[in-house]
Design a protein around this ligand. Structure first.
Ligand SMILES: NC(=O)c1ccc[n+]([C@@H]2O[C@H](COP(=O)([O-])OP(=O)(O)OC[C@H]3O[C@@H](n4cnc5c(N)ncnc54)[C@H](OP(=O)(O)O)[C@@H]3O)[C@@H](O)[C@H]2O)c1
Length: 326
């Protein structure tokens, strides 16, 4: 597994990390603690040193399982967590310094840590990206030693650009073959400030693995059933905001370009073709997927013709839907 520098943190992390939104749950199904632990063990055994989580994932169980793992293997993972989504209602008014301080304390407890490696604001309302008081609190928490670094997770490119006015060390953004807009302005601006990029949803919620069809049925509690139109949260988090049928057509075109139906490692390799990315964080609903996804690190680079072909698929089939929204 290769490592990359993680922006201003000064740390180097595995270029492929692990996303844990669905850790041990397969999105919506009951939490399976043994499966969750097996996924973390498989990640570590395959050279992954970076784990992405959030206080809300599986009601806190993602953080707790990571904490349990780290209590047995101290320092084995660099962990990025996120906060804000526990606010109810999730409004800009409810973002306060006290709330942020409370969330940091809760994550420290759940993960049994004395200091968080990295905490991100978890896609807050847009106005929060310009809130001096919130970033001042993150600075205070850093000085107090409760967090080593902080950053933001964003929905829109414009939010990321606003956050670059603050002292952030990293930014998490959707970046995949279906989401090319960050390349235009955001990545150059982040690179100029040495802000690390965490590329999330690299498989477009699994669509870019190439395994789904028009007949695939997702469970009723799976966001890929209920959030396609954004009923619960930003629809960009579900299939990267691409309408499902259009996504299947684009996947078919990409399979032709890459000459294979097994897209998962290649979709991850595509993300890693971009040097601005510090770490890509595919999620895994079972341990075997972690093993498949780390294969991407050993693949040769995609050719210029393949990169160009994928760009043309985006421009022809997706750009007019995706570019204006995020
Ligand atoms: N707002 C935010 O900050 C935010 C939002 C979204 C995600 N995230 C983070 O980003 C991570 C990654 O995003 P994501 O999990 O939403 O989407 P993703 O990584 O694009 O897709 C993950 C899904 O793809 C399928 N999959 C993964 N590897 C596979 C393989 N090798 N072969 C076949 N199928 C495979 C699995 O679905 P099946 O269960 O169908 O097999 C898995 O649940 C999350 O876990 C989370 O840590 C953050």
């Amino acid at each position: 597994m290769k490592e990359r520098m993680f922006g201003r943190t000064g740390k180097s992390v595995s270029e492929i990390g692990l996303g844990t939104w669905q850790l041990g749950t397969r999105w919506g199904e009951p939490f399976q603690p043994a499966e969750a632990m097996k996924i973390l063990e498989t990640a570590a055994a395959n050279g992954i040193t970076f784990v992405d989580t959030a206080d809300v994932y599986n009601g806190g169980k993602s953080e707790e399982t990571i904490g349990e793992y780290l209590s047995m293997h101290p320092g084995r993972f660099y962990v990025t967590t996120k906060c804000g989504r526990r606010l109810n209602p999730h409004t800009a008014e409810n973002y306060t310094a006290e709330a942020i301080a409370g969330f940091i304390g809760d994550s420290l407890r759940r993960m049994r840590l004395e200091r968080l490696d990295m905490i991100l604001l978890h896609c807050p309302p847009t106005s929060v990206f310009a809130r001096d008081d919130i970033f001042a609190e993150l600075d205070r928490q850093k000085k107090a030693g409760n967090i080593a670094d902080y950053g933001v997770s964003i929905e829109k490119v414009s939010e990321g650009l606003a956050a670059l006015d603050y002292d952030i060390s990293a930014m998490e953004v959707i970046f995949n073959m279906f989401r090319l807009k960050p390349l235009d302005e955001l990545f150059p601006a982040a690179a100029a400030k040495n802000v690390g990029i965490i590329a999330r949803v690299p498989l477009a919620s699994g669509l870019l693995t190439g395994k789904y069809t028009a007949d695939t049925v997702f469970g009723p509690k799976d966001h890929r059933s209920y959030n396609r139109e954004g009923a619960a949260f930003d629809k960009g988090e579900t299939f990267s905001g691409v309408p499902y049928e259009r996504g299947l057509e684009a996947v078919a075109a990409i399979k032709d370009i890459l000459g294979t139906g097994d897209l998962a490692p290649l979709a991850i390799r595509w993300v890693l073709m971009h040097p601005e990315v510090s770490v890509v964080i595919p999620g895994a609903s079972r341990a075997s997927q972690v093993e498949e996804n780390v294969r991407a690190a050993a693949l040769p680079p995609l050719t210029q013709a393949q990169m160009q072909g994928i760009r043309e698929v985006y421009d022809r089939m997706l750009r007019e839907i995706i570019h204006p929204q995020w």
